[in-house]
Write a protein that binds this ligand. Sequence first.
Ligand SMILES: [Mg+2]
Length: 361
Amino acid sequence: MSQPPAKIVDIVDPRSKILSHAQVDQWIAAERGLGRRIGFTCGTFDLMHAGHVQYLHEAGKLCDRLLVAVNSDESVRRYKDPLRPINPADQRMYVVAGLADVDAVTTLDEDRPLALLLRWKPECYIKGGDYATSSLRSAPAVEEYGGSVRVIPHNFPTSSSATIGRIEAIARHAAPERVAPVEYRGLVLLDRDGTLIRDIPFLHDPALVQLLPGVGPGLAQLQDAGFALALVTNQQGIALGYYSEQDFIAVNQQLFRALAPFKISIAKIYFCPHSAADRCECRKPGTALLRRALRDFKMPPERTFLIGDHEADMQAGSAAGLRTVWAGGSFAGECTYVARDFSDAVNWILATQKQSVQPNG
Ligand SMILES: [Mg+2]
């Protein structure tokens, strides 16, 4: 019997390696016809790092042709993190396909690759990590059809999550040559819908974002007075399936664009993605998000204000010990101050803060 052809590393357009599942069927049949053994691995490959490259390089050595299934955006959101991935699937697949060690790339829509393994029966199923092959849930199925399972340990102490954590940590630190950041004199927590922008039920179209009167100049005044600004918003449309976290983020980005002419910096966005039926602690009038904001900004409740347009905002704020400012329509409930509009809310906060600030504080 003649030896199968040696693996040839060619310079090819990464796009030519990206295949649909049906194309993989044909590709595998052709490669097997030439006597080549198929290796299969899968993953998210969101922020490509040295650990990915090393593991795919080692995986390539275990087979004649390496097929990589990249998790679809939807599967990452569903099974890993609703706010990930950072890079969309077409770009993640393109980067993986750009590696010489990778011969073909396709999508993985499930949380585990079992269906694809049974469809293609690769001679070798490879995973990167520090666990025993016996702990891989799909391993018995692979061994049953006669395939082998290999785990490649990571040689680099890195991960996409660690990279993101490092970026977050760096972002919180001022560069040495910059002037030290001003200590916040207080914190203003802001409801979003009906307080900063026109209230549209289950808003998810960025084109419909419309700042309410006085919001831009008002937030600028608060910021100039030394207040940190953060959003605290209920978004049960996510849990109810009216829109996704990504739609929510797109709306927030449009809000930031609308605030850009006023040079407003919203420091953080706290959101509850649950529905009222979920009975979580974060949905206002629950106080979990407010308490988290106080911790994050190291701010006592006495120096924190909440502006909102719903009774749940006022209840949450007062339960967390904050001063609550109503900036909605007519109101009969309880709050610290009923403002005529957003400008009035801002003026009241500035006047109140002035009274309570110590001469040296
Ligand atoms: Mg509201």
